[in-house]
Each structure stands twice: as structure tokens, then as C-alpha cells.
Design a protein around this ligand. Structure first.
Ligand code: AMP
Ligand code: ZN
Length: 116
């Protein structure tokens, strides 16, 4: 995906504050953090969202979750964290490259969602 922001970040064409990289995933600090810890973990290969995944994406999806605990522990949230994957219009996904938000810090992150 030539024009995708997060593909460009994964390729190093746009600078980011990288915290982790392996063959399949790339993780970096969110530019506008919502909590003291706010990292984004993305597949290096373009996947638009959880609404568009294929069977071949299962491995990388697992990898994204599997690195979360280590990244949270190493970056100021050793006592737990929250993972958020906004998806599509209803999930209010702004960047159309699948990403998991890992949020946390020294204090609890707050209520999950405002109840209707
Ligand atoms: P979402 O609403 O789930 O699509 O989240 C997109 C996230 O990407 C937001 O939290 C933004 O602050 C973050 N973001 C946008 N551009 C950048 C960037 N260049 N580097 C790091 N994070 C970014
Ligand atoms: Zn992309």
C-alpha cells in the first residue's frame, strides 16, 4: 500500500518512536497519547482492519497480542494494560491499517466505555 501512513511507518519512510520490531510486526508510540503508555502495534504487511482479515492473517494477529505484555512491561505499565482495536465506521477507526492500541501506565486506565 503505497499511500498508507502506517505502511510508511513500518517501512521507515515516516519517522516514528519505535519500541519493537520483528519479521511480522512493528510497534511505536502513539503520536497523541491518551495515557502515559500508548503504543500502537501493527502488522508490517498491510491489513486494513479486523473487518477485512483473511485466514492467512491469523498468525500475525496472534503475534500482535503476544507482544503486548512485554511491550507494556518495558514501557511503564508492568501491572497490566488495555488493548483496543478500533474497527471500521462504528469502531471509529481513523487510520485504515489495522493497529492495536496498548494503553496503560502507573494508574488504572479508567472505565472501558461509557454505558448507554
Ligand atoms: P484509530 O482511531 O484507532 O485509527 O487510531 C489512530 C491512532 O493513530 C491515533 O491514536 C493517532 O494519535 C495515531 N497516529 C496518527 N498518526 C500517527 C503517527 N504519524 N505516528 C504515531 N501515531 C499516529
Ligand atoms: Zn498499510
Amino acid at each position: 500500500m503505497d499511500n498508507c501512513l502506517f505502511c510508511k511507518i513500518a517501512r521507515g519512510e515516516i519517522p516514528s518512536r519505535k519500541v519493537f520490531e520483528d519479521e511480522d510486526v512493528f510497534a511505536f508510540h502513539d503520536i497523541n497519547p491518551a495515557r502515559p503508555l500508548h503504543i500502537l502495534v501493527i502488522p508490517k504487511r498491510h491489513i486494513t482492519s479486523l473487518a477485512t482479515i483473511a485466514d492467512t492473517d491469523t498468525l500475525v494477529l496472534g503475534r500482535i497480542l503476544a507482544v503486548a505484555n512485554q511491550l507494556a512491561s518495558e514501557n511503564g505499565s508492568p501491572d497490566g494494560f488495555r488493548v483496543i482495536i478500533n474497527t471500521g465506521r462504528i469502531g471509529q477507526q481513523e487510520v485504515q491499517h489495522l493497529h492495536a492500541h496498548i494503553v496503560g501506565g502507573p494508574e488504572p486506565v479508567g472505565p472501558m466505555l461509557k454505558r448507554v
